[in-house]
Write a protein that binds this ligand. Structure first.
Ligand SMILES: Cc1ncc(COP(=O)(O)O)c(C=O)c1O
Length: 466
């Protein structure tokens, strides 16, 4: 096998790019390295990434952060173990719970009705969940936290990791939206810096790698590396696309050239945009210190804004901005949109955004549309859900389809989540309630997309036969 490990690197280019070029020249059909047991340029690329991101070990992923989340849960939880996680964790965490057979103990995130946005998880919520689990005689095998959230809201991971470690429990952090935190002094501290044992990052979302490519980092000996490696092996393809892997190496290389200043321009542009947007009548930017005092730290490169004073839902705001100014938000919510600034953001983008918002304001403010026009229902995570079967039991149970109006009170047999953000409103095993259904119907009526359900129009719902 020619693994190109002997290629001499005189160019200073990333090892996988050099190997990719050499491979093309040599018409090498054997691949660039072994994906699951690298000995050549992939091993070197992984090592360089681990150094840069401050990890003990890093793996490159071709199945996105989703696959890293599933593997992390499988690597820490065995069937019957308890995992503590936020009820609004990404759907890949639900998949990890199903694969592993873990029993979820949910923490309900704080949420704000005006914005219809959930915040993070506080250390005291984790403490309570750990204490309750102990009282119930449950063995907690992992704590899973999403930080930052899609909207950029960060949890206090330092305190949470201390709590976990005082009980000998690993902390997994879904850091899909925080891969850039290491690269500017004004960014929040990274999950690894705050003591997380596993952090999974969508390099493709906030850095420059190709879609689908992510990284998983581990920091300490508390994680069984071999088990994690086996889980990644089980979940990932045996035919990885080397362009994805090479793009991870290239993204790492780009950052390592200028690790402290590379985000300067994006940071300046985001700060400038926030000031200008806040000056636009009828539109405001989410300030977490006002709406989420327990979560004062936010990704400076995420801007969540609302135009409900103009009578617009997030979906309507998106549709108008997209048609009139070609603006594509990162996330569309019921009452807000969230914009992501990154290495490619330019002043022209900011000017276009501000012009689009001014146009909205100028045309709609005089009409004085009422706020009642938009969503009456908000995220249904208020603790009124009840789990009758574990997600795994429900996933493998016999099922049938019912009309939506007949499904209330039945055990849900599928994951039903608006996408984005990919946060399940109903998880297999939960009792279907009116509030969740009302919310989902409103999402559809507002132009949102439902994923996970066999019938995305939700005329019917798959339930477990009891
Ligand atoms: C919070 C969060 N976690 C995990 C994921 C999954 O990431 P990926 O698309 O890289 O699989 C997403 C995707 O949007 C996300 O928003």
């Amino acid at each position: 096998m020619n693994l190109n490990s002997q290629v001499v690197n005189l160019s200073g280019l990333p090892p996988l790019i050099i190997a990719l070029r050499a491979s093309a020249e040599l018409k090498n059909n054997h691949g660039l390295d072994r994906f699951f047991a690298p000995v050549g340029p992939l091993l070197e690329a992984k090592r360089l990434a681990a150094d840069l991101f401050g990890a003990k070990e890093t793996w490159f992923l071709v199945g996105g952060t989703s696959c890293g989340i599933q593997a992390s849960i499988m690597a820490t939880c065995s069937p019957g173990d308890t995992i503590i996680l936020p009820r609004n964790a990404h759907v890949s965490a639900t998949a990890g719970v199903i694969f592993s057979g873990a029993v979820p103990k949910y923490i309900i995130p704080e949420s704000n009705c005006d914005w219809d946005i959930a915040a993070g998880i506080t250390p005291s919520q984790v403490k309570t969940a750990l204490e309750e689990s102990e009282l119930d005689g449950r063995k907690v095998a992992a704590v899973f936290i999403t930080s930052p959230t899609y909207n950029g809201i960060c949890s206090n991971l330092s305190e949470i990791s201390q709590l976990c470690h005082s009980c000998g429990i690993p902390l997994i952090v879904d850091e899909a939206h925080g891969a850039h935190f290491k690269f500017h002094s004004a960014m929040p501290n990274t999950a690894l810096e705050q003591g997380a044992d596993i952090a999974i990052q969508s390099t493709h979302k906030v850095l420059s790698s190709l879609t689908q490519s992510s990284m998983i980092h581990i920091s300490r000996d508390i994680i069984d590396e071999e088990r994690l490696h086996k889980c990644l092996h089980t979940l990932q393809t045996t035919s990885p696309n080397w362009l994805l892997l090479t793009s991870l190496d290239a993204a790492r290389h780009q950052l390592s050239k200028n690790p402290t200043n590379i985000f300067n321009e994006a940071m300046e542009l985001a700060a400038e945009a926030k000031t200008l947007i806040n000056k636009t009548p009828g539109i405001s930017v989410l300030d977490p210190s006002i709406f989420f005092p327990n979560f004062p730290i936010m990704d400076p490169l995420r801007i969540t804004l609302e135009a409900w004073q103009l009578g617009l839902s997030g979906f309507e705001t998106n549709s108008i901005l997209h048609k009139s100014h070609g603006i594509v938000p990162e996330l569309i919510g019921t009452r807000s949109i969230t914009l992501a600034f990154s290495l490619g953001t330019t002043r022209d983008h900011v000017q276009g955004l501000v012009a689009g918002l001014k146009h909205l304001s100028d045309s709609l403010l005089p009409l004085q549309l009422k706020r009642e026009k938009i969503f009456t229902q908000i995220l249904p995570f208020g603790g009124n859900f009840h789990m009758d079967l574990t997600p795994r039991e429900a996933f493998f149970a016999s099922k049938m389809k019912l009309k939506i109006e007949d499904s209330v009170g039945k055990i849900c047999g599928e994951v039903i989540c608006p996408f984005p953000p990919g946060t399940p409103v109903l998880v297999p095993g939960e009792i279907i309630n009116d509030r969740a259904l009302d919310y989902l119907i409103q999402v559809i009526n507002q132009g949102g997309i439902i994923s996970g359900a066999a019938d995305p129009t939700l005329s019917t719902i798959v339930v477990c036969k009891t």
